[in-house]
Unconditional design. Structure first.
Lengths: 582, 553
């Protein structure tokens, strides 16, 4: 039984393949098209999934689409026509494009947006039963849903409807602080520890408590229904300051806004999680939807909430809903729980053989070190560079699915070096100074360095740093970090690298950030990796079994990469000012 | 669902309506409701008038606070010769911005008189920039006429510029206190067939009505009506903005290549129309191949009768037959009709200033007080890539001689405006003097061959006497500078590298020799056998030429 799951036409389109109840492949379209947040039908990702499963399109039993166009149309009708000239009365678009563009003639099932999110969490959690919470901007009508999962059954019993939405609240604050909607929400999260929650009372009037699972937004403070931006003048007045112009200096006021918004989000989530526990008194909580990417809130839910164990779908945003849709389709077709074990890794994307890499290296006539058949030597060479304080791009195995780089497409560095955060920013990422980087740590050593008593393989929760080592590059201003615990069972080479680094330096951690140029999707292929190396100032690239040092790159290659980067405008698929409603 | 908090009855009604709308008749019902205004209008608030837009632009740029001019941002001047300086944003991508200026500044002195050139890729000097541009050629013309130091020309052109960008940039340019604004644009102005998604529902409804009533010709008419309106509005805005800044305005109507063509099949025709059109097409091509010019003309006219004039192929073939019959003026008119027919649809569009654009610019000159330079009115014939002095690189971009002719006319117009000399003519730089080095010429010709082939001009135009443009450009490149052969070989080698190796050593070598080649966005695409073969044909054959044995022994 071959089931394809698709999310598209909103943000981050993606495709996955579930074969006989097992997840086999998954990837976001933006990694192929190189268009950030590509929302178009994921044609390339679909092609990859077929290839990974050894399938022809005629072998697919069902395509599962992650939202109900009919229900979404109902919400769009209620919200009124946006006069931006975009056609919106097209509820048949998904089916039409799946048939006409993908050439699929078989069964198409659609599932509701939040049901897809819920399934992406529960069915991949490994929990036999659990409470399920989904929180995002908006799906069709729902912005928040409450559910229970039991074996093969998943039921959503309550929801909060648009426009009352924690995701849209956070997006509005993001816009108010001069950042980009749909992209920079995590900057607000990163800024929060610098401020004080002195505007919490004001935030409580903007996001109001409600009975049971309910809450509401003060409509006076928001303009996203009909206006050109997320927030209204009333929000600025309520907070006591004008909106920040993008690029302007961040002041203590802005820090406090971020902190207060984060505090209010956490308050509401905690309250609702406690409510959910009263309805579903399970020790397990599953979480999905874009707001579940707020790892600071997740950490607090686990520490202070009533649930003992938490599973957050690593691809908690819309891309991950493709997994949920596929799981729901599998369940509908077979009557059985589609995926029985917990998602232990996210390495479901394309991989490239060393021979394919060798071909690229030869085509570029690179002076590369060839470690094929000599992994130990490869690791030592990598550790040589990391221990010397260099920034090393690491490309190995199947690409991660979801927004985090977890040792397949990562940029690594020594977290002990005092100025390493600034260095990585300067050489590659060009991020704001207030944003910390995250660490990878060997699972066996995690508790020595973090207040973390369980595996956290997906970088989805924060915890306090308690390391005997000074780790300035990955420790946030409030003493927290967002670690990835690495297990040799799922990432053997990456774990071996950490082990080798620990053996050499006594430090079982590495700074790990995503392998991409600022504002571009994470690299997918060896060609992408080489272009990124040539176009930035990364010191070295470990590309499967090859090591390429920047110092050995031909000048003509660096010149060409720089020229291409300067000529080609970076494409964005979605708005930076307004959430996607159509 | 046990509980849905806060639901009002109107939401249920919207859900019920949505369920009905997704039935086969449902969307038709919704469309009809909109069309009969039974539902809320989908047009939204009316767009601002041209006058309102001009007022907004003028207010934005004629106030006290400096504002960015395209990619140049205000900065503190470091000299005393200006009030405000603007520096080029180093982080701005250069895909669309080719002008050389790192810094712009307001001026305080009367001289030199400041001419600002605005426009699209043609005005930017496509492929020759930054070595040679219409701006530099215009400056040379003005210097040759009046001596150095009287005029300066600032280049604020932008590739891919649309009308909206243009009027905004014209307003922003007022901050530099120009004496003359020269707008050399119009190739990007034709409005295309409403394409979905992107068009409003009202646009789509208008197009559908026209298609039902008039067939494909109706779609073309809708597109051309929209073009006319847009051009008129653009000219009004430019005129009003120039007036607000008390600046003289020159609008240059671009000439395009009537010889460049791209075959495309006819769009949908009812009944067996398409089959009959293709039969007539085959007949026309066959007749041209054997030199049967009257038969070719008759077949082309049959194609036109079937397609209503919407296909550029029909017009072009008629023009080719008429040219072969020596009916030059009629041939030129038919080729001009082909230009008009190639700019209205999206398959994909060929930027060309059509007759609609030209007529609108001519008509607006008095009303909006600008001087019109009508390049098509000069009726200069392009000898084509086989000659040493072509005017065009492709459908609209100018070769060096094209720039010389065009900017000569512009210089004359500027002088008439500024110096009030009704009979002022520009003195050209020495005729025949090369304007670029042979290696630059060769590089541009090679890039033109690639570009024109990647844009779909067929490598072989069959029986048409013109021959293959891409091959002609390649040969012209080798004539200009034989050592361009290394780049041709590098290109062929680069096409054979493993898929995805866009940074291959071959590409690096090619980029080192021809850095401007990276501007060709289609270059990353895969193997293009026609180009590879065309290049191969330019190389001498291997080995000695075989000769038959002598019969004299």
């Amino acid at each position: 039984m071959n089931v394809i799951g698709i999310s598209a036409f909103y943000h981050e389109s993606a495709c996955c393949l579930v074969q006989d109840g097992r997840l086999v492949a998954a990837a976001e379209e933006e990694r192929f098209s190189r268009v950030k947040h590509d929302a178009r039908l994921p044609v390339a990702a679909f092609s990859f999934c077929l290839q990974a499963g050894g399938l022809d399109v005629s072998d697919v039993d069902c395509v599962a689409f992650y939202e109900s166009p009919v229900k979404k149309l109902g919400r769009q009708l209620w919200a009124g026509r946006r006069h931006d000239g975009r056609p919106w009365l097209d509820p048949h678009r998904a089916e039409r494009e799946i048939r006409e563009v993908l050439g699929f003639e078989g069964r198409i099932d659609t599932f509701e947006h939040h049901a897809s999110h819920a399934a992406s969490a529960f069915y991949f959690s490994g929990f036999p039963e659990a409470a399920v919470l989904t929180v995002d901007g908006v799906g069709e009508w729902a912005t928040t849903t409450y559910g229970r999962g039991q074996d093969a059954d998943l039921t959503l019993f309550e929801e909060v409807e648009f426009p009352d939405s924690l995701g849209l609240f956070y997006a509005a604050i993001t816009a108010y602080l001069g950042f980009r909607v749909n992209t920079d929400e995590y900057k607000v999260m990163g800024l929060a520890p610098y401020g004080e929650p002195r505007l919490l009372a004001a935030m409580r009037t903007i996001v109001r408590d409600g009975p049971g699972g309910g809450f509401s937004l003060d409509p006076e403070c928001f303009d996203f229904l009909t206006g050109p931006r997320m927030f209204s003048e009333a929000l600025a007045e309520r907070l006591g300051g004008p909106p920040r112009v993008a690029g302007a200096e961040l002041t203590a006021f802005h820090h406090d806004v971020a902190r207060s918004a984060q505090a209010r989000l956490e308050e509401v989530l905690l309250d609702k999680v406690r409510y959910l526990h009263r309805r579903v008194p399970s020790p397990h909580l599953c979480l999905a939807g874009g707001v579940a990417l707020n790892c600071v809130a997740n950490g607090r839910l686990l520490r202070e909430g009533p649930f003992e164990r938490l599973f957050v779908q690593p691809a908690a945003g819309d891309a991950g809903a493709a997994l949920g849709a596929a799981a729901l389709a599998q369940r509908a077709l077979t009557g059985r729980r589609p995926i029985s074990h917990a998602l232990e890794h996210v390495y479901w994307g394309p991989r490239f053989s060393s021979d394919a890499v060798a071909e690229q290296v030869a085509a570029l006539e690179l002076d590369a070190l060839d470690f094929r058949g000599r992994e130990a030597a490869l690791l030592e060479a990598t550790v040589d560079r990391l221990a010397a304080g260099r920034v090393v791009a690491w490309f190995h195995g199947a690409m991660e699915f979801g927004p985090r780089a977890l040792g397949a497409r990562s940029i690594l560095a020594d977290p002990r070096v005092p100025d390493m955060r600034d260095r990585v920013n300067r050489l590659v990422k060009h991020r704001e100074a207030f944003r910390p980087f995250a660490p990878s740590v060997l699972r066996a050593h995690a508790a020595e360095h973090f207040e973390l008593d369980h595996a956290s393989p997906f970088m989805l929760q924060t915890c306090r740093v308690r390391s005997p080592l000074a780790l300035p590059a990955i420790t946030h201003v409030d003493g927290s970090a967002r670690p990835q615990t690495v297990d040799a069972a799922h990432a053997p080479r990456y774990a071996a690298l950490l082990t080798a680094f620990a053996r050499r330096t006594g430090c079982p951690l590495l700074l790990n950030t995503s392998f991409n140029v600022h504002d571009e999707p994470i690299v997918r292929s060896p060609a992408d990796a080489l272009a990124c190396l040539a176009g930035t100032e990364i010191d070295s690239l470990v590309l499967e079994d090859f090591v390429i040092d920047r110092s050995a790159l031909p000048e003509a290659l660096v010149t060409l990469a720089a020229r291409r980067a300067s000529i080609r405008a970076r494409e964005r698929a979605i708005s930076a000012e307004l959430y996607t409603f159509v | 669902m046990d509980a849905v908090l806060g639901r009002d009855p109107r939401r249920d009604a919207c859900d019920a309506l949505a369920r009905r709308l997704v039935t086969p008749d449902g969307l038709t019902t919704a469309t009809l409701l909109e069309r009969t205004r039974g539902a809320a209008s989908d047009e939204g608030p009316p767009p601002p008038s041209a006058a309102d837009v001009a007022e907004t632009i003028a207010a934005r740029y004629l106030g006290d606070t400096p504002a960015p001019i395209g990619i140049w941002t205000p900065t503190t001047p470091d000299t005393e010769d200006c009030d405000v300086a603007f520096e080029r944003d180093a982080a701005a991508t250069t895909r669309d911005w080719w002008p050389p200026h790192e810094r712009l500044a307001t001026k305080r002195s009367l001289l030199p008189l400041r001419v600002i050139l605005l426009g699209e890729s043609t005005a930017a000097g496509w492929f020759y920039a930054p070595t040679l541009t219409p701006a530099t050629v215009l400056a040379e013309h003005l210097d040759a006429s009046r001596g150095r130091g009287i005029y300066e020309v600032l280049d604020l052109t932008m590739v891919n510029q649309q009308a909206g960008d243009l009027v905004e940039l014209a307003g922003a340019a007022l901050q530099l206190a120009p004496d003359v604004l020269v707008v050399f644009a119009g190739n990007n102005w034709p409005q295309r067939l409403p394409s979905f998604p992107g068009a409003t529902p009202a646009d789509a409804a208008r197009a559908a009505d026209a298609l039902r009533a008039e067939g494909m010709a109706g779609l073309r008419r809708v597109a051309e009506d929209a073009t006319r309106t847009q051009v008129q509005d653009t000219l009004e805005i430019l005129g009003r903005v120039a007036d607000a800044g008390d600046v003289a305005l020159v609008v240059v109507i671009p000439e395009v290549s009537v010889d460049w063509s791209r075959d495309r099949p006819v769009p949908w025709l009812p009944g067996d129309g398409a089959a009959r059109w293709h039969a007539a097409h085959a007949k026309a091509l066959g007749a041209l191949e054997i030199g049967a010019w009257p038969a070719a003309a008759e077949a082309a006219r049959a194609m036109l009768a079937l397609d209503g004039g919407v296909s550029p192929t029909s017009h072009r073939l008629l023009g080719d037959a008429l040219a072969a019959l020596g009916r030059v003026d009629e041939a030129r008119a038919a080729h001009r009709d082909a230009v008009d027919a190639r700019a209205w649809d999206n398959v994909p569009p060929i930027p060309s200033a059509t007759s609609v654009v030209r007529e609108a610019i001519l008509a607006g000159a008095d009303g909006w007080d600008y001087t019109c330079v009508d390049l098509p009115g000069l009726r200069v014939v392009d000898p084509g890539p086989a000659s040493d002095h072509p005017l065009f690189l492709d459908y609209c971009h100018l070769a060096t001689d094209g720039m010389r002719v065009a900017m000569g006319a512009v210089a004359a117009a500027v002088r008439r405006l500024v110096e009030s000399e009704p009979g002022a003519k520009s003195r050209r730089p020495a005729p025949g003097a090369p304007m670029v080095t042979p290696s630059v010429d060769a590089a541009v010709r090679f890039m033109s061959a690639l570009y024109t082939a990647h844009w779909g001009e067929p490598p072989d135009l069959g029986g048409v006497p013109r021959g293959c443009r891409a091959r002609e450009w390649l040969r012209a490149a080798l004539r200009a500078a034989p050592d361009i052969d290394a780049s041709l070989r590098a290109y062929v080698a680069e096409r054979g590298v493993p898929a995805g190796a866009v940074l291959s050593a071959e590409r690096q070598r090619l980029a080192a020799a021809l850095p401007e080649l990276e501007r060709l966005s289609t270059l990353d695409d895969g193997l293009d056998p026609e180009m590879v073969n065309a290049i191969r044909e330019c190389w001498p054959p291997r080995g000695d030429r075989w000769r038959p044995p002598s019969r004299s022994a």
